[in-house]
Design a protein around this ligand. Structure first.
Ligand code: URA
Length: 274
Protein backbone atom coordinates (compact mmCIF):
# COMPACT_ATOMS: atom_id res chain seq x y z
CA UNK A 1 0.00 0.00 0.00
CA UNK A 2 2.81 2.33 0.91
CA UNK A 3 4.55 1.49 -2.36
CA UNK A 4 1.40 2.24 -4.34
CA UNK A 5 1.00 5.60 -2.61
CA UNK A 6 4.63 6.43 -3.35
CA UNK A 7 4.11 5.43 -6.95
CA UNK A 8 0.99 7.59 -7.34
CA UNK A 9 2.75 10.49 -5.63
CA UNK A 10 5.77 10.09 -7.92
CA UNK A 11 3.48 10.47 -10.92
CA UNK A 12 2.39 13.90 -9.64
CA UNK A 13 5.91 15.18 -8.97
CA UNK A 14 7.98 17.51 -11.15
CA UNK A 15 10.64 14.93 -11.89
CA UNK A 16 14.06 15.85 -13.06
CA UNK A 17 17.44 14.11 -13.01
CA UNK A 18 19.69 15.30 -10.21
CA UNK A 19 22.69 15.89 -12.51
CA UNK A 20 20.54 17.94 -14.94
CA UNK A 21 19.19 20.01 -12.06
CA UNK A 22 22.70 20.77 -10.75
CA UNK A 23 24.06 21.61 -14.20
CA UNK A 24 21.13 23.91 -14.98
CA UNK A 25 21.62 25.64 -11.64
CA UNK A 26 25.24 26.31 -12.76
CA UNK A 27 26.90 24.18 -10.07
CA UNK A 28 29.10 22.82 -12.87
CA UNK A 29 28.99 21.07 -16.21
CA UNK A 30 26.97 17.86 -16.47
CA UNK A 31 30.21 15.83 -16.18
CA UNK A 32 31.54 17.76 -13.18
CA UNK A 33 28.27 17.58 -11.25
CA UNK A 34 28.13 13.80 -11.79
CA UNK A 35 31.53 13.58 -10.06
CA UNK A 36 30.27 15.80 -7.22
CA UNK A 37 27.30 13.49 -6.70
CA UNK A 38 29.45 10.34 -6.78
CA UNK A 39 31.88 11.96 -4.32
CA UNK A 40 29.01 12.40 -1.84
CA UNK A 41 28.97 16.22 -2.01
CA UNK A 42 25.26 16.46 -2.72
CA UNK A 43 22.28 15.85 -0.44
CA UNK A 44 18.59 15.75 -1.26
CA UNK A 45 16.27 16.38 1.68
CA UNK A 46 19.28 15.90 4.00
CA UNK A 47 20.14 12.47 2.58
CA UNK A 48 23.37 11.87 0.69
CA UNK A 49 22.54 10.78 -2.86
CA UNK A 50 25.37 9.14 -4.80
CA UNK A 51 23.53 8.38 -8.03
CA UNK A 52 23.57 11.28 -10.57
CA UNK A 53 20.58 9.88 -12.48
CA UNK A 54 18.32 9.93 -9.38
CA UNK A 55 15.02 11.67 -9.98
CA UNK A 56 14.18 14.63 -7.81
CA UNK A 57 11.30 17.09 -7.57
CA UNK A 58 13.02 20.33 -8.54
CA UNK A 59 10.25 22.45 -7.04
CA UNK A 60 9.99 20.92 -3.59
CA UNK A 61 13.07 18.80 -2.80
CA UNK A 62 15.83 20.55 -0.88
CA UNK A 63 19.09 20.01 -2.74
CA UNK A 64 22.39 21.01 -1.17
CA UNK A 65 25.90 21.03 -2.63
CA UNK A 66 28.59 21.10 0.09
CA UNK A 67 25.85 22.16 2.49
CA UNK A 68 24.71 25.15 0.41
CA UNK A 69 21.11 25.06 -0.79
CA UNK A 70 20.74 25.16 -4.56
CA UNK A 71 17.67 27.06 -5.72
CA UNK A 72 16.12 25.95 -8.97
CA UNK A 73 15.38 28.84 -11.30
CA UNK A 74 14.49 26.89 -14.42
CA UNK A 75 15.30 28.31 -17.82
CA UNK A 76 15.47 32.08 -17.88
CA UNK A 77 15.57 34.50 -20.78
CA UNK A 78 16.14 38.25 -20.55
CA UNK A 79 16.16 41.17 -22.93
CA UNK A 80 18.75 43.69 -21.74
CA UNK A 81 19.45 47.23 -22.92
CA UNK A 82 23.24 47.13 -22.77
CA UNK A 83 24.74 50.54 -22.03
CA UNK A 84 28.02 51.69 -23.52
CA UNK A 85 31.07 51.14 -21.30
CA UNK A 86 30.40 47.62 -20.08
CA UNK A 87 31.87 44.36 -21.27
CA UNK A 88 29.83 41.47 -22.67
CA UNK A 89 31.28 38.82 -20.40
CA UNK A 90 30.48 37.13 -17.10
CA UNK A 91 33.61 38.50 -15.39
CA UNK A 92 36.20 41.21 -16.03
CA UNK A 93 39.05 42.35 -13.79
CA UNK A 94 38.76 46.03 -14.77
CA UNK A 95 35.47 46.97 -16.37
CA UNK A 96 31.87 46.48 -15.30
CA UNK A 97 30.24 43.54 -17.07
CA UNK A 98 26.69 43.12 -18.30
CA UNK A 99 25.99 40.82 -15.34
CA UNK A 100 26.70 43.67 -12.92
CA UNK A 101 23.34 45.14 -13.98
CA UNK A 102 21.42 42.05 -12.84
CA UNK A 103 20.09 41.19 -9.43
CA UNK A 104 22.69 38.72 -8.06
CA UNK A 105 19.95 36.19 -7.32
CA UNK A 106 19.15 36.13 -11.01
CA UNK A 107 22.65 35.56 -12.36
CA UNK A 108 22.92 31.85 -11.55
CA UNK A 109 24.14 30.29 -14.78
CA UNK A 110 23.15 33.37 -16.79
CA UNK A 111 25.32 34.24 -19.79
CA UNK A 112 25.07 36.65 -22.73
CA UNK A 113 24.00 35.31 -26.14
CA UNK A 114 26.74 36.59 -28.46
CA UNK A 115 28.48 39.85 -27.75
CA UNK A 116 28.44 43.59 -28.29
CA UNK A 117 31.56 45.77 -28.20
CA UNK A 118 32.25 47.80 -25.08
CA UNK A 119 31.23 51.02 -26.87
CA UNK A 120 28.11 49.51 -28.50
CA UNK A 121 24.76 49.77 -26.78
CA UNK A 122 21.46 48.05 -27.40
CA UNK A 123 19.71 44.73 -27.46
CA UNK A 124 21.49 41.85 -25.76
CA UNK A 125 19.83 38.57 -24.78
CA UNK A 126 20.92 36.69 -21.67
CA UNK A 127 19.88 33.19 -20.70
CA UNK A 128 20.98 30.04 -18.92
CA UNK A 129 19.72 27.91 -21.83
CA UNK A 130 22.72 26.66 -23.82
CA UNK A 131 20.61 25.17 -26.59
CA UNK A 132 18.73 28.44 -27.15
CA UNK A 133 22.00 30.35 -27.38
CA UNK A 134 23.58 27.79 -29.69
CA UNK A 135 20.64 27.97 -32.07
CA UNK A 136 20.63 31.76 -32.23
CA UNK A 137 24.39 31.99 -32.67
CA UNK A 138 24.94 29.18 -35.16
CA UNK A 139 26.26 30.64 -38.45
CA UNK A 140 24.04 28.29 -40.51
CA UNK A 141 20.93 29.88 -39.01
CA UNK A 142 21.77 33.30 -40.53
CA UNK A 143 19.96 35.15 -37.75
CA UNK A 144 19.44 38.80 -38.73
CA UNK A 145 20.68 41.54 -36.41
CA UNK A 146 19.95 45.20 -37.12
CA UNK A 147 22.15 48.07 -35.94
CA UNK A 148 21.54 51.82 -35.93
CA UNK A 149 24.68 53.86 -36.55
CA UNK A 150 26.10 57.36 -36.83
CA UNK A 151 29.31 57.61 -38.83
CA UNK A 152 31.60 60.20 -40.35
CA UNK A 153 31.60 59.74 -44.11
CA UNK A 154 28.86 59.21 -46.66
CA UNK A 155 27.04 56.25 -48.13
CA UNK A 156 26.19 56.85 -51.76
CA UNK A 157 24.36 54.33 -53.94
CA UNK A 158 27.59 52.49 -54.88
CA UNK A 159 28.73 52.17 -51.27
CA UNK A 160 25.34 50.77 -50.27
CA UNK A 161 25.48 48.27 -53.15
CA UNK A 162 28.99 47.17 -52.15
CA UNK A 163 27.78 46.53 -48.62
CA UNK A 164 24.97 44.37 -49.93
CA UNK A 165 27.06 42.50 -52.52
CA UNK A 166 29.81 41.73 -50.02
CA UNK A 167 32.92 43.59 -49.02
CA UNK A 168 36.35 42.55 -47.78
CA UNK A 169 36.88 43.39 -44.11
CA UNK A 170 40.06 41.41 -43.56
CA UNK A 171 42.90 39.90 -45.53
CA UNK A 172 41.90 36.29 -45.61
CA UNK A 173 38.25 36.33 -44.68
CA UNK A 174 35.29 35.76 -46.92
CA UNK A 175 33.33 38.84 -47.92
CA UNK A 176 31.03 40.36 -45.31
CA UNK A 177 27.50 41.13 -46.52
CA UNK A 178 24.67 43.30 -45.30
CA UNK A 179 21.18 41.97 -45.92
CA UNK A 180 19.75 45.51 -45.68
CA UNK A 181 21.18 49.03 -45.67
CA UNK A 182 19.06 52.09 -45.01
CA UNK A 183 20.27 55.68 -44.72
CA UNK A 184 18.16 57.86 -42.40
CA UNK A 185 20.15 61.12 -42.38
CA UNK A 186 23.00 62.48 -44.42
CA UNK A 187 24.63 65.90 -44.42
CA UNK A 188 27.46 67.75 -42.78
CA UNK A 189 28.25 67.76 -39.09
CA UNK A 190 27.17 71.38 -38.58
CA UNK A 191 23.69 70.58 -39.89
CA UNK A 192 23.24 67.30 -38.02
CA UNK A 193 25.12 68.06 -34.80
CA UNK A 194 22.02 68.53 -32.63
CA UNK A 195 20.36 65.40 -34.02
CA UNK A 196 23.53 63.42 -33.30
CA UNK A 197 23.64 64.80 -29.77
CA UNK A 198 20.04 63.84 -29.15
CA UNK A 199 21.05 60.30 -30.24
CA UNK A 200 23.75 60.41 -27.56
CA UNK A 201 26.72 60.75 -29.93
CA UNK A 202 29.45 62.31 -27.86
CA UNK A 203 33.20 62.19 -27.18
CA UNK A 204 34.07 62.69 -30.83
CA UNK A 205 37.85 62.54 -31.08
CA UNK A 206 38.32 63.89 -34.59
CA UNK A 207 37.76 67.47 -35.75
CA UNK A 208 34.22 67.10 -37.07
CA UNK A 209 33.59 70.49 -38.63
CA UNK A 210 32.89 70.53 -42.37
CA UNK A 211 32.85 66.73 -42.44
CA UNK A 212 30.03 64.60 -43.84
CA UNK A 213 28.03 62.51 -41.44
CA UNK A 214 25.55 59.73 -42.08
CA UNK A 215 23.13 57.71 -39.97
CA UNK A 216 21.15 54.63 -40.80
CA UNK A 217 20.43 50.96 -40.23
CA UNK A 218 22.59 48.04 -41.26
CA UNK A 219 21.33 44.47 -41.02
CA UNK A 220 23.73 41.53 -41.03
CA UNK A 221 23.18 37.80 -40.64
CA UNK A 222 26.74 36.94 -39.61
CA UNK A 223 28.54 37.71 -36.38
CA UNK A 224 32.19 38.56 -36.95
CA UNK A 225 34.18 40.68 -34.54
CA UNK A 226 33.45 44.44 -34.93
CA UNK A 227 31.66 43.50 -38.15
CA UNK A 228 29.48 46.59 -38.60
CA UNK A 229 32.32 49.00 -37.84
CA UNK A 230 34.65 47.13 -40.19
CA UNK A 231 32.11 46.97 -43.01
CA UNK A 232 31.39 50.68 -42.78
CA UNK A 233 35.10 51.44 -42.55
CA UNK A 234 35.62 49.46 -45.76
CA UNK A 235 33.37 51.99 -47.56
CA UNK A 236 35.06 54.99 -45.93
CA UNK A 237 32.76 55.55 -42.93
CA UNK A 238 34.03 55.92 -39.37
CA UNK A 239 31.42 54.77 -36.85
CA UNK A 240 30.98 57.02 -33.81
CA UNK A 241 27.81 55.48 -32.43
CA UNK A 242 26.39 51.96 -32.70
CA UNK A 243 23.25 50.49 -31.21
CA UNK A 244 21.73 47.05 -31.85
CA UNK A 245 18.01 47.48 -32.26
CA UNK A 246 16.79 43.98 -33.18
CA UNK A 247 17.67 40.30 -33.30
CA UNK A 248 15.66 37.91 -35.49
CA UNK A 249 12.80 40.40 -35.67
CA UNK A 250 12.71 40.95 -31.90
CA UNK A 251 12.98 44.70 -31.27
CA UNK A 252 14.64 46.27 -28.25
CA UNK A 253 11.80 47.32 -25.97
CA UNK A 254 11.53 51.15 -26.06
CA UNK A 255 10.57 51.23 -22.39
CA UNK A 256 13.94 49.78 -21.32
CA UNK A 257 16.44 52.46 -20.45
CA UNK A 258 20.17 51.72 -20.70
CA UNK A 259 21.08 49.16 -18.05
CA UNK A 260 17.51 47.88 -17.63
CA UNK A 261 16.22 44.41 -18.47
CA UNK A 262 13.03 42.39 -18.54
CA UNK A 263 12.10 38.75 -19.00
CA UNK A 264 11.18 37.64 -22.50
CA UNK A 265 7.56 36.63 -22.97
CA UNK A 266 6.76 33.03 -23.89
CA UNK A 267 5.81 34.18 -27.37
CA UNK A 268 9.13 35.98 -27.81
CA UNK A 269 11.06 32.90 -26.61
CA UNK A 270 9.12 30.70 -29.04
CA UNK A 271 9.77 33.07 -31.93
CA UNK A 272 13.52 33.00 -31.25
CA UNK A 273 13.75 29.21 -30.80
CA UNK A 274 14.51 28.61 -34.45
N1 URA B 1 29.40 45.10 -35.04
C1 URA B 1 30.31 45.89 -34.42
O1 URA B 1 31.15 46.50 -35.04
N2 URA B 1 30.22 45.98 -33.07
C2 URA B 1 29.29 45.36 -32.33
O2 URA B 1 29.28 45.49 -31.10
C3 URA B 1 28.37 44.54 -33.00
C4 URA B 1 28.44 44.43 -34.35
Amino acid sequence: MLLLEEHVYAGMRNNMRLDKFLAEAAVGTRKIVRDYVEEGKVTVNHREIMEPASEIDEKSDVVRYLGKEIIYTGKIYYMFHKPRGCITARKDAINPTVLDYFDVNKTNGLFPVGRLDKDTEGLLLLTNDGEFSHKLMHPDKHVEKTYFFWAFGSLDFDAREYLKMGISIGDDEVLAKATKVEVTDEGNYQELKSKMESDKVKDIRINPYRQSVVSGYLTISEGRKHQVKRMLKAVGCYVVYLKRVSIAGLMLDDSLKEGQYRELTEEEIRSLYI
